[in-house]
Design a protein around this ligand. Structure first.
Ligand code: 5GP
Length: 181
């Protein structure tokens, strides 16, 4: 089993590239079926989702006519239950009357997706769904952020690789690694 040391933490390989590829295929299959008569707009959440998104959109059925755009947001939890969503890279595409699919790397508390969905609906999107490589169901605090398409569920552990970072590093790993105590 492969392992990585980063900033004093030890990580062990959890999802191999082969397992990730299977998860991506399964998500792509579902999206291809659900959007076969539509023209989805994928909103890819930077920075982490770019790796998953690149694999996912290429695994879709070739008959799917889709577009992609990017957004980068930052959530501030502060002392309040609803954080402020700050747009570091704002949306550059019209979402009005579009079937939007947000692509995320991981859904944890769901705050990011909760706020992003409200934002996209406010801009007039016809529908807003979420595809994520990983989902931590035990951590979910916003029910409306429960993702529609999930590559793999994970409990509360911290993971890196396949787009997921540790202070900006290790996104390039081709597998997903779990921290070991
Ligand atoms: P949420 O808004 O759902 O609480 O948080 C989502 C964001 O938290 C993800 O896009 C990611 O940046 C970060 N995050 C949550 N869990 C993990 C994890 O296990 N590993 C890494 N690298 N980032 C995580």
């Amino acid at each position: 089993m492969r392992s990585i040391d980063e900033q004093g933490y030890h990580f062990e390989e959890w999802l191999t590239p082969e397992q990730i590829a299977k998860d991506v295929q399964q998500v792509a299959h579902q999206i291809s079926a659900d959007y076969k008569d539509k023209e989805p707009l994928f909103v890819i959440v930077l920075n982490g989702a770019f790796v998953f998104a690149a694999d996912l959109i290429r695994a879709l059925d070739p008959s799917i006519r889709c577009e992609e755009t990017f957004i980068r947001v930052s959530s501030y939890y502060g002392m309040q239950t609803t954080g402020q969503l700050q747009f570091i890279v704002p949306l550059q595409q019209v979402v009005e009357n579009r079937d939007v699919v947000i692509i995320e790397d991981i859904v944890d508390t769901g705050l990011t997706i909760h706020q992003l969905k409200a934002h996209l609906r406010g801009l007039g999107a016809t529908s807003v769904k979420t595809a994520t490589m990983l989902f931590k169901p035990e951590k979910l605090e916003y029910e409306d952020a429960r993702p529609d398409y999930v590559g793999h569920e994970i409990s509360e552990e911290f993971v890196i690789g396949y787009g997921l970072d540790f202070d900006g590093f290790r996104r390039n790993l081709d597998a997903i690694y779990k921290v070991k105590e």
